[in-house]
Design a binder for this molecule. Structure first.
Ligand code: 9MR
Length: 446
């Protein structure tokens, strides 16, 4: 239940605004905290066997969503029919839960990394459909209630937007997609169910095919909640239509997410290439922030030592935000600066982020976070803002909130008066609105 609420909040986070953190200061904040304040998640794919030491520390500190890079693929979990090995998948899920991270389950049905007993078999349509739904029921059922998003079907399309003739497509036609989603919904009703593909990031033949497919599935009542855009990109070639493309899918009534972001370059990496990569990461993040239904961004490995690129594209690499020794690259700053609070800085000691976490006719809930960006502890604090459209605070928690006309003042309570340097405190309120519910233009804090 809690997981649903958190996921819902991310999607509904409609508005936020802030004061007083410079991009440079933001670069020091954990990426997961910056993303959360913008109503998004920031995720990474990980390798279960590497989740120790500095790799684990960074994965835990910087990201609030985890995708197992390989451990949930059919070939990993069901190498022989009916015999499951959950070791790697369990390890990743346990790690995420221990660090307050969501899990993107990847993936239930894919033509690749299939065990040979599936890919090499000769199947009647009925038999293959049963194998597929049994697999989904077992895997989604095992992690029921613990997965935020499932990539139910991965890479269903050819480059021209037609159905890939995988063992599933060739044997079952498009109907396998609907059957897979229905089986996943039955096995884990709380998970958001995604269709995921690559080279669908910009508007083009393949994404047009995906768009038409999603429309058909929704028209049939198939429970598709989201579309994932892998975004395995090439340096300097972020599609100009990325944001437009995300938006047109969102307008179909589904969530969207960037699910496997990396930006590869021809090696060696130079300062100029790394600067371009920083700009490219920033523009992908900006596209997601610009589309309300973009739930978040996942990088496909956060360190260059854990990236698939050098193996698959000889001579290329350096595609992720951290280098092989786990040091941050300019791309990491590009992410941080893009996620940083949006209002220009003022020379203050604190910053404020504001997010509407849910909204309904006449009412809304907002969360406000004050962060101490100074070097001394705050002992007692207030946050002030002006409600731009007549909104009224009706109830507040974790702060004493008063409103006179449009002017609102929130003050600490005794138990949360002290905020150490770099620390933050959050409070929330319910409000009433009519007409529109824009965020406050600015906050003062101190
Ligand atoms: O990162 C994965 C790599 O370790 C595997 O060798 C590879 C096998 O195809 O799969 C990689 O992840 C893929 C993901 O599951 C689906 N989209 C493309 C990714 C890169 O190949």
């Amino acid at each position: 239940m809690l997981r649903r609420l958190i996921a819902g909040a991310a999607v509904l986070a409609a508005a936020l605004t802030t004061l007083a953190t410079t991009p440079a200061a933001a670069a020091d904040a954990p990426l997961r905290e910056l993303a959360e304040a913008r109503g998004r998640y920031l995720g990474t794919a990980v390798t279960a066997g590497k989740l120790t030491g500095g790799y684990a520390d960074l994965a835990a500190a910087q990201f609030n969503s985890i995708t197992p890079g390989n451990e949930m693929k059919w070939g990993s979990v069901e190498p022989t029919r009916g015999t499951y090995d959950w070791t790697g998948a369990d390890r990743v899920v346990a790690f995420a839960e221990a660090h307050g991270q969501r899990v993107r389950g990847h993936t239930l049905v894919w033509h690749s990394q299939l065990p040979s007993w599936v890919s090499g078999g000769t199947w009647t349509a009925d038999r293959l459909r049963t194998l597929m739904t049994d697999h989904i029921t077992a895997q989604a059922g095992r992690y029921k209630g613990r997965i935020d998003h499932w990539d139910v079907v991965n890479e269903p399309l050819n480059e021209d937007g037609t159905l890939r003739q995988s063992v599933f497509g060739a044997t079952l036609g498009e109907s396998y997609i609907a059957d897979a989603f229905r089986a996943a919904r039955a096995a884990d009703p709380a998970a958001k169910l995604y269709l995921n593909d690559y080279s669908t990031d910009g508007v083009g033949a393949k994404s047009d095919g995906m768009y038409a497919l999603v429309k058909r599935l929704l028209a049939q009542g198939v429970p598709v909640d989201g579309v994932g855009f892998q975004a395995h990109l090439v340096l300097g070639q972020v599609p100009a239509s990325l944001e437009t493309n995300l938006r047109r899918f969102a307008e179909l009534g589904v969530d969207v997410a960037i699910t496997e972001l990396d930006i590869r370059m021809t090696l060696p990496a130079t300062d100029a290439k790394l600067a371009q990569q920083k700009a490219d990461y920033a523009s992908v993040l900006r596209a997601c922030l610009a589309v309300t239904r973009c739930a978040g961004v996942t990088v496909w490995g956060f360190t260059d030592s854990d990236s698939w690129i050098p193996d698959f594209f000889p001579g290329q690499g350096a595609a992720t935000p951290y280098d092989e020794s786990l040091a941050p690259k300019p791309a990491r700053a590009g992410i941080a600066e893009t996620l940083a609070p949006v209002t220009p800085p003022s020379p203050g000691v604190c910053s404020v982020t504001y997010a509407v976490t849910s909204q309904w006719t006449g009412g809304f809930t907002a969360q406000v976070t004050l962060r101490n960006t100074g070097t001394a502890a705050l002992n007692g604090w207030t946050v002030r803002w002006s409600q731009p459209a007549g909104q009224r605070v009706t109830q507040a928690w974790n702060a004493a909130v008063t409103q006179t006309g449009a002017e609102v003042t929130a003050a600490n309570l005794s138990y949360n008066a002290t905020v150490p340097p770099g620390g933050s405190v959050s409070f929330g309120f319910n409000g009433a609105w009519s007409g529109t519910n824009p965020p406050p233009a600015a906050f003062t804090c101190g």
